[in-house]
Design a protein around this ligand. Structure first.
Ligand code: NAP
Length: 254
């Protein structure tokens, strides 16, 4: 259990895409710091993550929604408030990637990525912002960005566009809401071992090139994001606004 300025005791958090990967690790870390968590999933059951949250002593509730559904974000806020008694922390983590060169990227692939990675994030920020402004108690919004919020990447046009937009959206919302005590920040994970990067992990040459550039000498594990998430969710970051915090083993410094 985190102490002092890092404690999340009494806080209610909603983490999207927490059924697996980085989101599951963030939900666990927030619970270890004392938060109750609404654990969101879509195609995968969020129950395993809920069990881990409960094992940390937190309350957990599973919430299910397709983040491409325009109605989903408002409903997720309502469900979280109803089941946890409030909402203080929102982590916009759910995301997808479609790999391929631009010339063979279909309108459908483009739209699918933008719908989940950008439109869904905008709508959940808006829904959470309305709630937090109404309570007047402030809160924390953490968007999951990417190295491709800073760089172009390769053969991932929609993903790169969506994650660069997340950086801009994070800064814009921060400018609107910082004065209201709502901190809007983002975490940009580097290369992490999850389903999202399976194709890269399987490509021996790319995998080696990536590893060669990571000063820390290893890929990230989902739990590596936990500390940054707790920091940005806690009082410790009350004067941190509009930042895109890279958790990348040093990649961007190279
Ligand atoms: P992951 O293992 O593929 O997990 C993706 C999560 O997003 C799952 O929980 C999934 O839920 C959820 N999701 C996918 N489509 C959804 C939809 N339409 N509606 C609702 N939820 C949906 O990926 P990850 O690596 O943990 O990625 C998490 C976040 O980190 C993403 O935003 C990703 O872009 C970002 N990121 C990852 C890396 C990396 O190296 N892995 C690097 C930079 C940024 P269900 O399975 O329940 O559908």
């Amino acid at each position: 259990m985190a102490k002092g300025m890092f404690s999340l005791d009494g806080c209610a958090a909603l983490v999207t895409g927490a059924s697996r990967g980085i989101g599951a690790a963030i939900a666990r870390a927030l619970a270890e710091a004392g938060a109750d968590v609404a654990v969101h999933g879509n195609a995968t059951s969020p129950e395993e993550t809920c069990e881990a949250v409960r094992a940390s002593g937190g309350k957990a509730v599973a919430v299910v929604a397709d983040m491409a559904d325009p109605q989903a974000p408002d409903r997720l806020v309502v469900e979280t408030v109803a089941s946890l008694g409030g909402l203080d922390i929102v982590v916009n983590n759910a995301g997808i990637i479609r790999r391929g060169p631009t010339v063979s990227t279909s309108d459908e692939d483009w739209a699918a990525v933008i719908d989940v990675n950008l439109n869904g994030v905008f709508r959940l920020c808006r829904a959470a912002g309305r709630h937090l402004l109404e309570t007047g108690r402030g809160g924390k919004i953490i968007n999951i960005a990417s190295l491709l919020s800073f760089q172009g990447g390769l053969n991932v046009p929609a993903y790169a566009a969506s994650k660069s937009a997340i950086a801009g959206l994070t800064r814009e919302l921060s400018n609107e809401w910082a004065v209201e005590g709502i901190n809007v920040n983002a975490i940009a994970p580097g290369y992490f071992r999850t389903d999202n990067t399976e194709a890269l992990q399987k490509d021996e040459a790319r995998s080696r090139h990536i590893l060669d550039r990571i000063p820390a000498g290893r890929w990230g594990e989902p739990s590596d994001v936990g500390g940054a998430a707790v920091f940005l969710a806690s009082r410790a970051s009350d004067y941190v606004n509009g930042q895109i915090l890279a958790v990348d083993g040093g990649w961007l410094g190279r």
